[in-house]
Design a protein around this ligand. Sequence first.
Ligand SMILES: C[S@@+](CC[C@H](N)C(=O)[O-])C[C@H]1O[C@@H](n2cnc3c(N)ncnc32)[C@H](O)[C@@H]1O
Length: 303
Amino acid sequence: MTGASRKGAALPRHPRGWKGSVGQWLADAVFYLERRGVPEATANAEFIMAAVLETRRNEVKLGSAHPLREKQGFHFWELVVARGERVPLAYVLGTQNFMGLEIAVTPDVLVPRPETEELVAQAQLRLRASGVPSPAVLEIGTGSGCIAIALAKTFPAAVVYATESSPAALALAQKNAEAHGVSRRIRFIDEDVFKPAVSSAGWADLLISNPPYIPSAEVASLEPEVLREPALALDGGPDGLCAVRAIAAQAPARLKRGGCLLLEIGCTQGAAVRDILSRSGGQEVEIRKDLQGLDRIAAARFG
Ligand SMILES: C[S@@+](CC[C@H](N)C(=O)[O-])C[C@H]1O[C@@H](n2cnc3c(N)ncnc32)[C@H](O)[C@@H]1O
C-alpha cells in the first residue's frame, strides 16, 4: 500500500518481526517521512535503505520485490524514525560525500555542503596556477576536516595545517584524515580564531576558511535539520562577520607575500566582506557567486 492511498491512516510503527519487501518498507518510510515534513522523502528513504543493504541507491529500486531480513528491517526503521525527527540525513547515515571523498560526520561537526566544494575547487585552481611545488595551506575552522583532507589529497606535496576550537570536531577530523591516508600531512591544531597563535606567521601560500557566518538572530529560524548542527559552526555573531573580521586581520601576518585568502561567505555578505578584506590590506579582492547567482566566495591576495 502506498502513502498516497492511505490518507489519514495511522503511521506505521513496525515492531520487530514485521515482514515485507524492500518496496513495502520503502513505501511506508516515504509515507512516514512525508507526514513529518521531511523534504525529498523518497530519496531519503532510498538512501537509508541503500545504507542498510550496503548497496547503491539504484540497486535498491531494482530489488524492491526482495524481502528484507528482520534485522535489516528493524535497523531501517530505526534510521527512518531518526530522519523523521529531522536529524540530517548525513548524521543518520554517519557519512557525507565531499569532493568524491566519504567524510564521516557526527553531530559534533557541520555537514559538508556542496557550496564548500566550490570553495575547494577555487583553491585547487589558484594553487595550480601559483605553480608552487609544495604549497603550504592553513585552514581555519576545519570541522570534519573535509577541506583540509580534499586539498591534501589533491596536492600530495602540500603541507596542511588545520585549526579548530572544538575538541570533538578535531578528533573526528583526525580520524577522517587517517581514513583517507593523509593524517601525516595535516597538522590539526586546537586554536581559537579569536586568539591566534603566532607559530604559523608568514608561512602559508593559501589561507582558507568556511567560517561560521550566520547572524546570531537568524540562527533560530533555520531549518530543523540545520538546528541539529553545532551552533559553533553556524553562529557568526551579531552581523555574522565576527570570524571573517578575525581571519582577515590575521591574513597579512599568516600568509606569504602574494599569498591568497579564500573564504566562504553568506549570500548577502559580499559587499561587507569586500570592505573588510580591503581594509585589512587585501588586494585583487573578488566576490564570486555560486551557481544560484548568490555571493558565496571571497578571495584576496595579501602582501
Ligand atoms: C561553518 S563550519 C565549517 C566546517 C568545515 N570546514 C566545513 O567546511 O564543512 C565552521 C567551523 O569553525 C569552527 N569554529 C567556530 N568558532 C571557532 C573559533 N572561535 N575558533 C576556531 N574554530 C571555530 C566550528 O567549530 C566549525 O567547525
